[in-house]
Design a binder for this molecule. Structure first.
Ligand SMILES: *Cc1c(COP(=O)(O)O)cnc(C)c1O
Length: 360
């Protein structure tokens, strides 16, 4: 009989504690595709990597945030919370609003001024969240959300909530279950740094449980206009078209450094144009439509290869964190500098004219 995927908590229940297992709120998140991206491998000629993409855009609300949210909201329900609050550049709010709706809770999301992708905002509103735009950036929103949760009866569901990391650690379990081993290198974007921390925790827990013998090197990539970990200091006004990683003071900074150092990996940065080149390659060659931030992992691997820094014959998994429909306008632009809009080719209402344009 076909196995119907139950969501990450039930699928990996041995790796969760009672506070999360007792009242499971799920949209059957996880179980996302791990796509062998042969078309991308040819970009690396001599390095001969094997590349898989973990496509987290296939989660119920379109990003990996759902893995963490099922655990955070299950935990919140277990201790009787009635209202969820989060600071968000978009995807956390979309996910929090959806899981709050599923659990019958209220939700409030604090978003920074400007630059919220319309797809994400519409999800939060559709799922009935109160959306408050704070006069400040993401880091300011997180401070307000934290203080709100310390002084009022609301549950903070940002990745500083440990249950979020517990849920997000399941992506590496799935990767090992499919590949039969961890990759040599795991590449992913880094914003608030919860996800790279969660992956490292997951890989380690699976090794302790004797589900694998090795651990990957963790390669994290920030946007060059929002690269506090790379620069070694907070960035006051982070800027990047990759809004999901536009963060100047990551909450999980220490854990990200741990993941980097314990794994023998690295945290580097990529420019907006490198991100958009990788975004186009993912769409045009691998047929994976992700949002700009999601392309940072591939952008980083390409950068390392260009610098001669990518080891040869590696098994590489790249996490594409969110769906392209979240922030679709970037598909229509040539680069971060040229933001002129796409113009369709105009053709007469005539089949032979259409055929001629198509060179048939
Ligand atoms: C949240 C998010 C990130 C960044 O993840 P962190 O855990 O904050 O480092 C990257 N991409 C997308 C699409 C996201 O939603």
């Amino acid at each position: 009989m076909a196995h119907l995927w139950q969501g990450v908590i039930q699928e990996y229940s041995a790796f969760f504690t009672h506070n999360i297992l007792d009242n499971i709120v799920t949209l059957q998140e996880g179980g996302t595709p791990l796509i062998h991206a042969t078309q991308l491998e040819s970009l690396f000629a001599d390095a001969k990597p094997t590349i898989y993409v973990k496509f987290e855009g296939a989660n119920p609300t379109g990003s990996f945030k759902d893995r963490g949210m099922t655990a955070a909201v299950s935990n919140a329900v277990s201790h009787g919370a009635k209202t969820l609050v989060c600071a968000s550049t978009g995807n956390t709010s979309a996910s929090a609003a959806a899981y709050a709706a599923k659990a019958g809770l209220d939700s409030a999301v604090l978003v920074p001024t400007g630059k919220i992708a319309v797809g994400k905002l519409s999800q939060a509103i559709a799922h009935n969240a109160k959306v408050l735009q704070i006069d400040g950036n993401f880091d300011d929103c997180l401070i307000v959300a934290r203080e709100l949760s310390e002084n009022y009866p609301v549950e903070l569901v940002n990745s500083v909530n440990p249950a979020r990391i517990e849920g997000q650690k399941t992506a590496p379990f799935e990767i090992i279950d499919v590949l039969g081993r961890p990759p040599d290198i795991h590449a992913l974007p880094v914003g608030n740094a919860g996800n790279i921390s969660a992956y490292w925790k997951g890989y380690n827990e699976y090794k302790v449980a004797r589900k694998c013998d090795t651990l990957p090197k963790m390669y994290g990539f920030q946007a060059s206009g929002a690269a506090p970990i790379v620069l070694g200091k907070k960035v006051d006004n982070p800027e990047t078209i990759a809004t999901a990683i536009r963060i100047g003071n990551p909450a999980s900074w220490e854990n990200a450094l741990n993941a980097r150092d314990e794994s023998g990996g690295l945290i580097d940065m990529v420019t907006d144009d490198e991100i958009l080149v990788a975004h186009k390659l993912l769409s045009k060659k691998a047929a994976i439509f992700c949002e700009p931030a999601s392309a940072a992992g591939l952008a980083g691997i390409l950068k390392l290869h260009k610098q001669g820094m990518l080891p040869k014959k590696q098994l590489i998994v790249i996490t594409c964190t969110g769906h392209g429909l979240k922030d679709p306008s970037w598909a229509l632009k040539e680069s971060a500098l040229d933001v002129s809009e796409f113009e369709p080719i105009r053709v007469a209402n005539d089949v032979s004219e259409v055929a001629k344009v198509l060179k048939l």
